[in-house]
Design a protein around this ligand. Structure first.
Ligand code: LLP
Length: 438
């Protein structure tokens, strides 16, 4: 393909081990573990989400082991990737679930997550959702306001069953995350209860008939690679726990939330030990059970979005690679300016490297997957792999522009299994068609 443009860098690198996990080149072809990505794209079509079971299990194992000295529960945050087969894989590996809606409760239970390993987070739980979760006998409700506490107490009283409660404390900690939208631990956000109100609300929780306070909770944000904010958050919670104990209220659970970050580029991920060593010593003799709510850390690297190049278009100084996936499939680049590594699925060693924007088919200027990226210039029909798309990829997908959502595939070894079929046009109009007026 002879388009005008500068050669910006040298030959294509021959090995990619840059993003940890399961997507590596063998003979210049990207594989998911033992499965060649081009074969999967041919079989299941594009855009396609591909996940590695081995990667997920490996992350669960290493994170869990890092916290080995403690009584602990990894309550996987379902919002990162709620596919039933992914949830079942995690449940079988011993994980519980952190849910934020009745829909996520439904998914977690359907996938086989034991109810007594489910914690319910979120700032706006409806009465119906509280009722459903109480009836399911979940482990704990992470309550975020006095209003919610009273509502839940009412639900518990009516049901004749006391709801187990942790208060989500806002520890007022500035956690460095790549985007303001993923910071939740400081006062300017809607999340949690200010510490100075905690005492009064624990007192209220102990008095109200339909609830029983059993824990304390915080979640300071998402995509945090520095372990120090976790230590600060933990010390903040432990201080409250101690004062409550002196007041006669003994708590059993301490939930430190999720947010452990991963690297989206060439840097190494923070090892799980880096978080554990700031947390474990403070809890070792506390008698508290630790709950963590990791999402991205467990499934982020396990997923790749595979897209096919439709057109290559030069406009002035810019070259646009137009792909069949866009912001409707992977919203993160557009919504958070996040940078996902993109690799050609087949390395064509003779291609010149060009600085390109990789853009989707959606009618929005903000519809892009990568901007100003140096890439061996692809041709129409080529496949591109977008790394670290296992978390907040499919779950944030939409059908905007009436585009059916992608298929999802789970790879175990060299075997691939469809775990969500590609949506059809009929899926798009379900719920409307039968209501059409003649
Ligand atoms: N627990 C709570 C209460 C949360 O709000 C979240 C994420 C998690 C756990 C899991 O966080 P993780 O371990 O996955 O970082 N859509 C954004 C991330 C928003 C996360 C919202 N809450 C993204 O694509 O980066």
């Amino acid at each position: 393909m002879a388009l005008p443009g500068m050669r910006l860098s040298g030959p294509v690198p021959t090995e990619t081990a840059a993003v940890p996990g399961s997507f590596l080149y063998h003979d210049d072809v990207l594989h998911c573990d033992g499965a060649p990505v081009p074969d999967l794209a041919a079989r299941y079509g594009t855009p396609l989400y591909i996940y590695s079971e081995a990667s997920i299990l490996d992350r669960v194992r290493s994170l869990d082991q890092a916290f080995e000295p403690l009584d602990r529960l990894l309550a996987y945050s379902v919002k990162a990737n709620g596919n039933l087969s992914i949830l079942r894989t995690l449940a079988r590996a011993g994980c519980g679930a952190d849910i934020v809606s009745g829909g996520e409760l439904y998914r977690a239970l359907r996938a086989g997550v034991p109810a007594d390993r489910i914690v319910f987070s979120g700032v706006g739980k409806s009465r119906a959702e509280l009722e459903q979760a109480l009836a399911a006998e979940i482990l704990c409700f992470n309550v975020e306001s006095e209003g919610e506490l009273r509502e839940l107490a009412d639900v518990g009283r009516e049901a004749g069953r006391a709801a187990p409660v942790a208060l989500r404390i806002n520890p007022d900690i500035e956690s460095p995350t790549p985007h303001a939208y993923t910071r939740t631990g400081h006062r300017a956000t809607k999340f949690g209860i200010p510490s100075e109100e905690a005492f009064r609300l624990y007192g209220l929780a102990a008095e109200l008939e339909g609830i029983v306070p059993i824990g304390i909770d915080a979640h300071i944000g998402s995509q945090i690679v520095d372990p120090e904010p976790y230590r600060l958050s933990l010390l903040h919670l432990l201080d409250l726990v101690e004062r409550l104990r002196q007041d006669g209220l003994a708590l059993e659970l301490l939930d430190l939330g999720g947010g452990f970050g991963v690297s989206y580029d060439e840097a190494l991920d923070p090892p799980p030990e880096s978080f554990a060593e700031r947390i474990v010593p403070h809890l070792a003799t506390s008698g508290l059970r630790l709950i963590l709510e990791p999402g991205r850390y467990l499934v982020g690297h396990a997923g790749m979005l595979v897209t096919r190049v439709l057109y290559v278009k030069a406009m002035g100084a810019k070259t646009f690679i137009i792909t069949d996936a866009g912001m409707t499939d992977l919203l993160r680049p557009s919504h958070y300016s996040s940078i996902h590594r993109v690799d050609p699925v087949r390395k064509e060693l003779d291609r010149e490297v060009r600085r390109v924007d990789i853009v989707g088919p959606i009618c929005e200027t903000g519809d892009f997957l990568a901007l100003d990226r140096d890439l061996p210039l692809p041709e129409p029909g080529d496949l591109l792999g977008i790394h670290t798309a296992g978390a907040y990829g499919f779950t944030m997908a939409s059908t905007y522009n009436a585009r059916p959502r992608a298929a999802e595939v789970l790879v175990a070894g060299d075997k691939a299994r469809l775990i969500r079929r590609r949506e059809t046009y009929d899926d798009l109009i379900r719920g409307e068609e039968e209501l059409l007026l003649e």
